[in-house]
Design a protein around this ligand. Sequence first.
Ligand code: PEP
Ligand code: MG
Length: 325
Amino acid sequence: EQKAYAALRDLPAVTRDGTEIELFLNAGLAIDMPHLEATGAVGIGLFRTELQFLIGPQLPTAQEQEMLYRSILDGAGNKSIVFRTADLGSDKAATYMKMSHEANPAMGWRGLRMSIDREGLIRPQLRALIAAAEGRELNILLPLVTTSDEIVQARAIIDKEIERRKRQDKPLPSAIKLGAMIEIPSAAWRVEHIAPLVDFLSLGGNDLAQFFFAADRESDKLTGRYDPLHPAFLSFLKMIADKANLANKPICYCGEQAADPLMAMALMALDIQRLSVPASSIGPLKKMIRSIDLNELVAWLEPRLQSSKQTLRDELLEYAYRNGV
Ligand code: PEP
Ligand code: MG
């Protein structure tokens, strides 16, 4: 089976009726980079920069950050990389950071909220990203956006670092693109207000499902209890995808759930044409995509989004079998 996936490496992820689904990798460390070549992924849809913050004994210096980002960009060649600014706190807490106790850290001081309040954390990171990407395209993704004004605030901080670089007469990236993660319901409901402020969107299905079902993603007791293939969640995702498409902003699903070929099937039927997944999923997803007639799948899924069932998993599995996925 591994051999069969390897044979697919250089073939495009195109459905039988000609829609290309762009398959990206989720990554976070330099050791992830060889997967880009090996899998034939089109780029890195989510580079979790906080991993460097989490594995070390202290905050990485701006130089250490720049070195990592430079090596990632060098290793990617012409493929695109989306760098998410440090998404710290809650399930991604750095041991050396003093955090005051919060009863509900998943809903607490984390992600973009922390970066806006502590410019000292995000400015060296932005400086490192801008320096590492000199002469090339830089894609910056903001985690855990809750309201559109947070994007305005984040952009003002980015602009300060661009100005600083200009003052130093150092070369800038050839382009800087900004993206927002949609992973909080308030942002999902107002994608039409967020999309005009950014160049691209990313759907953080891990956090979005956590908040949608009010089910802690870290809780063993809740694992598997709510299926992301629940029609309520899928129709929520459809609303987000429709708004992104209407605003003409590309949207990439970065939640780990897309590694499941059945979930990926549902997502592409919701008109989400970019998926970012772990390296081991690229082969199986490409095989699935190449055996699907997308128009037929869209028509099949549409009425089922209104179903009162708790999951569409069985039906999707049957559909997959019937279509030789
Ligand atoms: C997500 O929330 O779906 C996501 C992609 O980011 P993380 O899992 O790192 O929170
Ligand atoms: Mg998240």
